[in-house]
Design a protein around this ligand. Sequence first.
Ligand SMILES: [Zn+2]
Length: 398
Amino acid sequence: MSVLHLRGHIELADGVFCSEAWLVDEVLTVSRPERRPDRVLDGWVVPGLVDVHCHIGLVATGASTEQVAVEQAITNRDSGVLLIRDAGSPLDTRWLQQRRDLPHLIRSGTHIARPKRYLRNFGVDLEDVNQLPDEVRKQARRGDGWVKLVADWIDRSDGAAADLKPLWPNEVLAEAVAVAHEEGARVTAHAFATESIDGLLDAGIDCIEHGTGLTAQQISRVVSQDVAVTPTLLQVGQFASIAEQAAAKYPQYAARMRRMFDDRYAQVRRLHAAGVQLLVGTDAGGTIEHGLIAQECAELVRAGVPTAEVLRAATWQTRRYLGVPDIHPGDRPGLVVYAADPRSDIKVLQRPRAVVLGGRITPCTRLAGPSLRAVPCPEPVRTSAPLRSETVRPHLTM
Ligand SMILES: [Zn+2]
């Protein structure tokens, strides 16, 4: 029998917390076990963080190897992310879901795009836009309740006048989203531009990624239609360099990307002020490193979203949004232990004291670069001091 004692602040659901809990043979309990704990962890404990826009099995050139996909998943796990909505991957990663030592993965199948209208080798490229509904059906059946569309991208065929443009006619989009809903899947769309949004909203889209082009009017439609938005500030933070590279050949596009870069924090403030449900997504894979959830959270705080709300979006709230139940006693939970309350300083998220997956403390190996390189992680607190013997009064209200 193994007993891990958690002490401090253990918040299993939003506002539902206790000051002590135990993992007895990996199972969570709030009743003090008879056996002395093998290990005590002090800290501020929350469910594993949620990254809703992460690509496992994707690298800059397209699909990764299976080994790299595992490394990406481990990097996320070690950063405290234990629940991932994969926002599209060219690699079939269903096999990863069998691994109990890796984060829980909710897959969206493969991104759906058009030839030359998205990053090469990332998605399924449809020659004919009318194939979209059938492809959505296929991806909905391959995925875990989500489908990912690319709604707009630069259209280089316009030469020097090239700019972001929608990929799909509105009526095709409407049919495609209806097909996904029929299949029981939700649809999220990559959308940088303003022009793609109304068609997506008319179609009944469920979620918008990036959302840099949303106008005030579109933001109020997003709120009334209950559409969540993932601002992906780390990704939008790259728009200035994208603009710079494109400026000579595609000045119009470059100017727009630069404007959206300059406006990125103000845009998040507008979304937040309007009451849009914001999600935390790093957009890792392809161009952004894995394991940067703390940095994405810090960017949202920098934009002006209150720290407590960012933490909620990175944990309890988005878990529910994805349909994952709250953690209860009796579960083999995924938890992250921090030294302090991340609401006092979001930077606390950068250094998990321990990551518990399936009720067990994970071996903490941080990955750096393309190959595995173990670096020491902050040591969990061990104590051999006698335990306080006062009666435990868990204030769990679940
Ligand atoms: Zn992405």
